[in-house]
Design a protein around this ligand. Structure first.
Ligand SMILES: Cc1cc2nc3c(=O)[nH]c(=O)nc-3n(C[C@H](O)[C@H](O)[C@H](O)COP(=O)(O)OP(=O)(O)OC[C@H]3O[C@@H](n4cnc5c(N)ncnc54)[C@H](O)[C@@H]3O)c2cc1C
Length: 453
């Protein structure tokens, strides 16, 4: 097994339960990958990576329950703030995403009625497109080639979309789960596919976990303590004529195995030397699958002061740095706002010095929540683009033209090398749920490969 993120941990546990001898090699000095906990100065457990549990993330919900990890609902009572062209607009949350304007009740937003109507009409046309995309085989959508060669930006232009309508779909690419890419970087087919396999409509941000979801990785790793090796980056996987495999890792160490599961983000697979080499279609697919660009922010306050003003901490809009902010306060605890800097905003932000980075974030928090937001007890900024064993977040995306040219190999094993990792999932790729699905599916494939052994 390569990679001790959630997917690799789940896969290793499954194979071990079936009585197979498993070794789990992890490049970092910690397990969990994008499931990553942090303890604040005041002792609060927070998630620097993923944090939410979705309403239909059944495998994740089951696993949390198995370890006795308790969920609590994300706080959506009261009104959120949509920031648009320098003005704040308060509105309640519309739980039916498709009828919402980026989660808000459109009729409550004090925006020009024509722009709102145009945005809702465009969202509807996009939703119709999503329905035409087969989740398992997006290259079979009608007009797939055309839609795959069309960037999201070009599609929006072709629709004659106005500024607000353009923003709503661009936001979905930058922050809607798949995350971290700009409208010129991916195709409208890819964006539609992300919603076909991981629909925002199914409320992926329904729950949070008391003490942080990262406890799950710690629990799984605890069960696998004797099979995990940390600081063991895998550099080569060679398949030998006798049906065996040789993995080279760490400082020149080697390991013989009957099969290998690679559970790492797609672009990082290019850093492993495979023998025989990956087929050209596979290499081309990986070369066109970069990670999104993403920074996570956590601002901790003495109390969730915004709730006193009837606000629920949901902030969205075209601010210079942050584009999404959500109340992530633990029940009865201090106030916590989680926020994200995505796509081009993240590239610009990461070129600033530390003091300017902090100030840029605080400025946006004040734009949403007023002067009290300027002085958090603690401000944590975690840049996933700087993590060399992840290289971005939330997940990878495909460049225009990639699905229809090379996408067919997406889940195909390479001999006795099987792919896991959230990006290999058919449902909820990019999320924890996808990581679990892909881990279990890989364990199944290994069992079949090893057949009589
Ligand atoms: C900021 C952020 C917010 C997110 N929000 C959510 C959310 O709210 N809800 C949700 O469901 N999902 C969310 N996600 C996505 C979720 O975290 C991921 O989908 C999931 O954790 C991926 O798990 P994985 O095991 O597939 O991959 P990873 O967690 O990336 O694990 C891969 C592991 O492989 C290791 N590795 C890489 N290369 C090698 C190598 N050559 N040799 C050995 N080891 C290697 C890495 O160090 C890593 O530990 C978020 C992610 C981020 C970063």
């Amino acid at each position: 097994m390569v990679g001790a993120g959630l997917s690799g941990l789940v896969c290793a546990r499954e194979l071990k339960r079936q009585g197979l001898t498993v070794r789990l090699l992890e490049a970092r000095d910690r397990w969990g990958g994008r499931m990553h906990g942090h303890t604040s100065a005041s002792g609060l457990r927070l998630d620097l990576g993923g944090q939410w549990v979705g309403a239909s993330h059944h495998r994740l919900i089951e696993l949390l329950a198995e370890f006795g990890l308790r969920r609590y609902p994300t706080y959506y009572d009261g009104q959120g703030i949509f920031h648009w062209r320098g003005l704040t607009h308060r509105a309640g949350v519309e739980h039916d995403f498709r009828s919402s304007l980026l989660f808000f009740k459109p009729q409550e937003l004090d925006l020009p009625a024509a722009a709102v109507a145009e945005t809702l009409a465009l969202q509807l046309r996009f939703a119709q497109l999503v329905e035409q995309v087969p989740p398992q085989a997006p290259w079979n959508a009608s007009n797939a080639s055309e839609l795959d060669r069309l960037s999201i930006a070009a599609w929006l232009q072709g629709q004659g979309a106005g500024e607000l309508a353009r923003y709503s779909l661009a936001w979905l690419g930058r922050l809607g789960g798949s995350g971290g890419f700009e409208p010129h970087e991916s195709s409208i087919l890819h964006l539609a596919w992300t919603q076909a396999v991981a629909p925002q409509q199914e409320t992926p941000e329904a729950w949070l976990v008391e003490g942080g979801v990262a406890q799950l990785a710690a629990q799984l790793a605890g069960e696998l303590a004797e099979v995990i090796q940390l600081q063991a980056p895998v550099a080569a996987i060679e398949q030998e004529g006798d049906g065996g495999l040789r993995l080279s890792y760490g400082c020149g160490e080697q390991l013989q195995a009957a099969a290998a599961v690679v559970a790492i983000p797609p672009p990082l697979r290019l850093g492993i030397r495979f023998s025989p080499a990956l087929p050209p279609d596979w290499t081309a697919l990986l070369q066109r699958s970069p990670m999104g660009s993403m920074v996570k922010m956590l601002a901790i306050y003495w109390e969730p002061f915004w709730r006193r003003q009837g606000l629920n901490g949901l902030g969205i809009g075209n601010l210079p740095t942050l584009e999404l902010c959500v109340d992530s306060s633990p029940p009865g605890g201090p106030g916590v706002l989680a926020g994200f800097i995505a796509g081009e905003r993240a590239w610009r932000w990461q070129r600033l010095g530390a003091a300017e980075r902090r100030q840029a974030v605080l400025n946006d928090l004040v734009s949403w929540w007023g002067p009290e937001a300027a002085e958090p007890q603690e401000l944590v900024l975690h840049n996933w683009n700087e993590e060399s064993w992840t290289t971005g977040a939330f997940t990878s995306f495909l460049a225009p033209g990639t699905w229809t040219s090379y996408g067919r190999v997406w889940q195909q094993a390479h001999g006795r090398v099987v792919w896991a990792g959230t990006e290999a999932a058919s449902r909820w790729p990019g999320y924890f749920e996808g990581a679990i699905e892909a881990g279990l599916a890989a364990a199944d494939q290994v069992r079949q490969l090893l057949g009589g052994r």
